[in-house]
Design a protein around this ligand. Structure first.
Ligand code: 5AD
Ligand code: FES
Length: 360
């Protein structure tokens, strides 16, 4: 009779010990083991641990980053992404400076302090044009600017930094070089790493991240991604489930597992401690809005979309994107409600990168 409770107590102790170990001295094998735990009670224990780490290192505030997807042109043909250049069904667009500035104004009126300027990796993007957009935003608004426009020459990064850009997001997508190469024709893993280093050297606050559930991706790969995030001392880390898009090579592959995505997020929080981690739109887009669970498993950022209504649905990286018909101010109040529902609050500060603490 007394046997089962004892076994359960032992198992629970063990999980707690492994979580402590990963928190203090992360190793790939332990992380991969924790990623494999899809039993709901064990999973909940990982989330609770991550939530404590989140509270200790970044507090209860949820930061808002307003995103403007200013162009869906792309020179790449990534096997998972709907913007890939071979997708001839997609109508391409690029916002004018005035359209961008109008969205920025709306965003600033919602008291948001960070604008994320995102586009496909487009050859046609004139670096001086973007530098002008950055300078204009800096002149007219008191905002932090995050860029997410892909791999560019170091001189472009430098120009944009000097024009006033504060942060840069460049997702590594996967740290398994072989897998990376198989998904990104004509791209080079080495160059992606070089770009990340170049951005750090220039003093940008740097973000990266991965996709969960890519074809042929293993738990060991994901664990290695988390070790990589730590080794790069990243300020921001975006983690989202893979969602298949009909106009891509991976159209027939199933979507990424939500539990695994949330465990990855949680373990990233436990390992990287005070990085800013969003509950991503991709998490929200899988029929049910899983963002709340992301916020309970370690996330501290939400990203309302300020792309003008007419263009929003054309930035179709994956199908079923959340909040396509809502105006961004509706999303901001919805997010505030979500925050209150879990005893958190919206933090309307800039949310710059935090000092990397050594404290345990
Ligand atoms: N499913 C999930 N995430 C995707 N991304 C691109 N395509 C997909 C997809 N099908 C992510 C990539 C990219 C970011 C802008 O969107 O991580 O860096
Ligand atoms: Fe867009 Fe809830 S976040 S409506």
């Amino acid at each position: 009779m007394a046997f089962w409770p004892i076994v359960i107590v032992k198992m629970r102790e063990k999980l707690e010990n492994i979580l402590e170990k990963v928190y203090l001295k992360p190793e790939q094998a332990d992380i991969a083991y924790l990623l494999s735990l899809d039993d709901s009670r064990q999973q909940e224990e990982i989330f609770v641990f991550a939530d404590k780490v989140r509270k200790k290192f970044v507090g209860d505030g949820i930061l808002l980053r307003g995103i403007i997807e200013f162009s869906n042109h792309c020179r790449n043909s990534c096997f998972y992404c709907g913007l890939n250049k071979n997708n001839r069904k997609l109508q391409r667009y690029r916002l004018t400076q005035e359209e961008i500035l109008r969205s920025v104004k709306f965003l600033a009126e919602q008291k948001i302090k960070t604008v994320v300027l995102q586009s496909g990796e487009e050859d046609g993007l004139d670096s001086f044009w973007l530098a002008e957009v950055i300078s204009r935003i800096k002149r007219e608004f008191d905002l932090a600017i995050t860029l997410c426009v892909g791999e560019r020459p170091q001189d472009d990064y430098k120009l944009w930094k000097n024009s006033g850009a504060d942060r840069y997001l460049l997702k590594i997508e996967t740290t398994n070089e072989k897998l990376y190469t198989s998904l990104h024709p004509q791209m080079s893993f080495a160059n992606r790493l070089k770009c990340l280093k170049g951005l750090c050297d220039l003093g940008f606050q740097v973000g990266s991240g991965n996709i969960i559930g890519l074809k042929n991706q293993t738990l060991a790969d994901i664990a290695q991604d988390i070790i990589f995030f730590k080794s790069q001392d990243l300020d921001m880390i975006g983690i989202g489930p893979f969602i298949p898009h009909s106009q891509t090579e991976l159209s027939g592959h199933g979507h990424g597992d939500v539990g695994l995505t949330l465990r990855t997020l949680a373990l990233t929080r436990i390992v990287c401690r005070n990085a800013h981690i969003p509950a991503t739109t991709a998490l929200a887009s899988l029929n049910k809005d899983y963002r709340l669970q992301g916020l309970r498993a370690g996330a501290n950022v939400l990203m309302p979309n300020f792309t003008p209504m007419d263009y929003k649905e054309l930035y179709e990286i994956y199908p079923g994107k959340k909040c396509l018909t809502e105006f961004a101010d509706t999303c901001v109040s919805c997010m505030a409600q979500k925050a209150t529902a879990i005893n958190r609050y919206i933090d309307y500060s800039r949310g710059d990168a935090l000092e990397k603490k050594v404290e345990v």
